[in-house]
Design a protein around this ligand. Sequence first.
Ligand SMILES: [Zn+2]
Length: 314
Amino acid sequence: MSDIPRHLVCGLLVLFSQQFDPPLLVSAERSKYVLAIGIDGLRTDALDAAKTPNIDALKKNGSYSNTCKILGVRYQKNDTISGPGWTSYLTGVWADKHGVHDNEFGGQRIARYPHFFNLIKQQYPDYKTASFIDWYPIDKYIVSKADVRVGFEAHGSDGYTVFDQYIADRAVKVLAEQNVRATMVYFGSTDETGHRYGFHPSVPQYMRSIEKVDQHVGRLTDAIKSRPTYQQEDWVILISSDHGGEGKGHGSGHQVPTIHNIYLIVSGESAGKGEFQGQVYLVDLVATALKHLEVDFRPEWQLDGKPVGLFPRP
Ligand SMILES: [Zn+2]
């Protein structure tokens, strides 16, 4: 046994201990990277019906659920809107902890339950992080410890369509050229378009906004694949949202499945393939990102989520 290279032993252990198709044996030795993509107000049946080849490819190469919950079992007194949604997405805890119940951010305790970049840097202070946002409150209240920080303030569905393009342009350049371990890219045009025209697969403007964001997603994944060191890297791409929509809104959607169910996609060579078997939650995204980056969880973080969709590692 001692003559067998250690990485091969680890790989064999992986092979026998998990139920998915095994990842390449060498993946345990590659450098880990995470790209988290947030698409505001993305209703699940609209994504299913839209022509989104890039998101479809990520879904095919990963684990996914279209019944991921934006509200916890323990706590769900926050409104089903962007402020609490994005804070849960980015901190990995529910609103009773982070304190954001609406879009005013009054009572927020994000310094106590910070953005996951902050948690990464507690263990790996040298890991670079990058944030690209055009719903300004996220940049103003939630983002911290971002080495590259792009925060636009967009208005209206047309404004968000333009700024989503800027966001993608900036993120593409950084993903291709810099060594950033954790990146968050947010797109807001879907939500603004839903508020203006309606959140539904039958609304052409809403569907076009989803398809446009899919093109941005394709450019982001192309940028990653263009990296000269891509073959030595192990990327996990996460996609989720903060809520769906019904009619032209999504507030008070606690009993409305088209609002409180969202997609969660965990994609990459280190991800299992197929639909999640158990219930997954919005707060699982941060735990999954941290796990992939080999960050040790600290009890004082009080994370509400759990890592999901990744192959177990020995
Ligand atoms: Zn929103």
